[in-house]
Design a protein around this ligand. Sequence first.
Ligand SMILES: *Cc1c(COP(=O)(O)O)cnc(C)c1O
Length: 388
Amino acid sequence: MTFEFTERLRALPPYLFKELDWVRDEVRAKGMDIIDLGVGDPDRPTPAHIIAALETAAGDQVNHKYPTYSGMNAFLDTVVRWYQRRHGVALNGARQVCSLIGSKEGIANFPLAFVNPGDVVLVPEPGYPVYNSGTLFAGGRPYFLPLLAKNGFRPDFKAVSEDIMARAKIIWVNYPNNPTGASADLNFYGELVEWAKKWQIIVASDAAYSEISWSDKPHPSLLEVPGALEVAVEFHSLSKTYNMTGWRLGWAAGNETLIQGLGLIKSNIDSGVFQAVQMAGIAALEGNQAPVWAMGRLYRERREVLAKGLEAAGLEIFPSEATFYVWVRLPAGLKSVDFASRLMHEAGIVVIPGNGFGPSGEGYVRFALVQEVPRLREAASRLAKLKF
Ligand SMILES: *Cc1c(COP(=O)(O)O)cnc(C)c1O
């Protein structure tokens, strides 16, 4: 028997880094001490009070049933209060919020509700790969918006042609940004909303890193823009904020029809989030936020430690006050993959080549600050011995 993958699976971009995986395995087999700054997964544990809330809720039989599709009222209310407190935005929990099994799930499913085959979706690159794959699974056509250093890694959406805009349904944005660490301000969001209204397209904002910041000003939400609820939906995650990547909890909030469409898709695919996990999410969002601020300060310190080594190696860093990524520009002519391979061979440091996030990431690499300071100090000293 031979089975063939569907066209939608075959349409996915190829995995670019098989050779790098071999290099890593080879270096590891040699017994070299590897410092893995590759994956974007926080290294620290979930705060104890959140774990305790899960333990209590898991023992309660009320939570052993199917949850409601869109989320427990208590969780939706918590999100409403969070938006009010954090952003001064008023939402209706029943109509404008939906729980997600991690925000990746929502991001991947959302186009199924609003993209017909052949419709265009504006996708930033370099970027999180799921905007692209979700579009392809819905039969849509991704139109890539390059994020360039000269624009502060923000898309020049106004430059998209009328021809493309006539077929566009969604624009994705992601700030604070993975992989570049760039932030957005209300001015940017305001222009985006105004432009989206003119073209009648949906603004979908991925805010997974909104709380990973050590700037004086907290990162704004797209929904703070007056009138944003007419065109926008925002995807949130507890994963990065509370070191809860394995727990699978997030939410979507915004325009009622957009939430309704996403909910209809989801009710045919999944059956909601385990209530005990939602209870833990409530504890996270309503509880003491000191651990979140402490993580922000820690990422800042880690960044400074690593930056010393990068600078000593003659590499240029994009300045950032958010996320746990360091986006590094390589000297002209040096390819991302070649650099990553050399770094692994000569320093035992694992990073992600920038072109893995899209063609405009070529000539960059991403370091994730997911090791403790002493390990990063070791990484910095190994880097400082290299010259590029
Ligand atoms: C980690 C990440 C997510 C997804 O997180 P979940 O664990 O699925 O909530 C979404 N967007 C970006 C840019 C991320 O880096």
